[in-house]
Ligand binder design. Structure first.
Ligand code: BDR
Ligand code: CA
Length: 310
């Protein structure tokens, strides 16, 4: 199995990405780190612990990362994910899975140093933790097999006309990570909007018939309600699991090589990903950019993962 660290800000779609990473046989999930984004890092960390507890997993450390972007104030997405960051089903009490005694940075350094093979990092939030790691420990970049990020877009944005949320929260971090030379894959809105939670998807999850599957349906139904309210969409895009799916089986998420630059200064466009799909600039490719999703394979993998957890 492919050794993976998942850096996330759960978040409804992050929660589903966590379940996929926990239960798909192609992945060995070595640790989960959290970053401020959809909600405060406190709430995102609690949510990550909650998701792993629901999955009945106790051997995967959950470590808290950055509580704010590198230079900008934090902008949360409570309009999309609610007050808890994972609104929908009500949870009470403390989840069984504890928070690790080390912070995210220490956990990642430890895993990258000790694991016998290079590790894939999947990031489904702002890239603050990854940028901080690469700045502090550039010697470890060779221990990262690849970084697969849900963020950006080859088209337009979802928080400003040109910026996607994970990039908008911390554009400086995304810029630094891209410039680091770590093998980089971008799964942006252009591909995650091919992963729409349509009624037949909800029916497939409901058909699993477990308490966890019912919770997944509640999460995706809440997510659908905010997408309907904010964007008038009848089926919300389940962004984050797409990045995990790319690691599980690259044929599920077709990519092309391209040059990607992050706009950090634009008056109207901060956080935009400038993706040179047509090679106008002559700048060399620095990323694999996801362009097409095999929807059937994607949803099958996700339904199978939730089924496998039981
Ligand atoms: C991204 O922003 C967050 O709200 C989601 O969890 C996803 O990672 C989509 O733009
Ligand atoms: Ca996310």
């Amino acid at each position: 199995a492919i050794p993976v660290l998942l850096d996330c800000d759960p978040g409804h779609d992050d929660a589903m990405a966590l379940l996929l990473a926990v239960a798909d046989p192609a992945v060995e999930l070595l640790g989960v780190t959290t970053v401020a984004g959809n909600q405060t890092v406190e709430k995102c960390t609690l949510n990550a612990r909650r998701v792993l507890s629901l999955a009945g997993v106790s051997h995967i450390p959950v470590a808290r990362g950055a509580d704010r972007p590198l230079v900008r104030p934090l902008r949360i997405a409570d309009d999309v994910h609610g007050e808890t960051g994972l609104d929908g089903p009500l949870f009470e009490g403390d989840p069984q899975v504890p928070e690790a005694s080390t912070c995210a940075h220490e956990l990642v350094v430890d895993v990258l140093t000790k694991h016998d093979a290079p590790v894939t990092i999947v990031a489904t939030g702002a890239l603050t933790n990854v940028a901080t790691l690469l700045a502090a420990r550039p010697d470890l970049s060779g221990r990262i097999d690849q970084l697969v990020w849900m963020g950006g877009s080859t088209e337009r944005g979802n928080v400003t006309p040109y910026a996607e949320a994970n990039c908008f929260v911390d554009p400086e971090a995304a810029d630094q990570v891209l410039r680091s030379g770590v093998p980089f894959t971008m799964c942006g809105l252009n591909v995650t909007h091919q992963a729409l939670v349509t009624d037949d998807v909800l029916t497939a999850f409901a058909g699993i018939g477990t308490p966890l599957a019912s919770i997944c349906v509640e999460w995706m139904t809440f997510f659908a309600s905010t997408y309907k309210q904010l964007w008038g969409m009848t089926a919300p895009p389940l962004h984050d699991p797409v990045a995990v799916a790319r690691v599980i089986d690259p044929t599920i998420v077709r990519c092309v090589d391209a040059n990607v630059m992050i706009e950090t200064e634009g008056t109207w466009t901060a956080g935009a990903t400038v993706v040179d799909l047509h090679r106008y600039t002559g700048r060399p490719s620095n990323a694999q950019v996801a362009v097409e999703l095999d929807r059937t394979a994607f949803w099958t993998r996700l339904v199978d993962a939730v089924t496998r957890i039981g």
